[in-house]
Design a binder for this molecule. Structure first.
Ligand code: AMP
Length: 125
């Protein structure tokens, strides 16, 4: 079910539980600003999610309300993870779904990193 990204943050969402250590994840990277882990239902040979440590529903919420330090830390973490996964030379795709029309399912900001094969043109179906 897609979520309404304009609603207040729900601290019972699954990524909040992962951040609190209540649910396990296959961790790729963690620092003060971000946690990266493998998607449970991968759509590419490499499919990693990067989430900020702070409580933000979506990219919209984050870009409007996060501090400069949080934004810098998160953006640098996404780049670091992609480099650490060896994706820069072959190339990769970033995706952040925001709200109903994008079919965002988890109401905690996450950036998908896809790679590991030629991904083809981005299709809007
Ligand atoms: P989105 O549609 O952008 O909200 O994507 C949510 C993503 O979270 C999907 O790709 C799911 O496969 C993934 N996901 C949901 N639960 C988990 C989990 N417990 N661990 C890792 N990935 C998850």
């Amino acid at each position: 079910m897609p979520i309404d990204a304009t609603l207040p943050y729900d601290d019972q969402n699954i990524f909040a539980k992962i951040l609190r250590g209540e649910i396990p994840c296959k961790k790729v990277f963690e620092d003060d600003w971000a946690l990266a882990f493998h998607d449970i239902n991968p759509q590419a040979p490499t499919h990693v999610l990067v989430i900020p440590k702070g409580a933000y529903v979506s990219w919209d919420d984050f870009s409007a309300k996060a501090s400069d330090a949080e934004i810098a830390g998160f953006v640098r973490a996404v780049g670091h993870v992609a480099r650490a996964l060896g994706l820069v030379e072959p190339g990769y795709r970033l995706l952040a779904n925001i709200g109903m029309d994008s079919h965002q399912e988890v109401p905690h900001l996450h950036v998908h990193i896809f790679g590991g094969k030629p991904l083809g043109p981005m299709l809007m179906r």
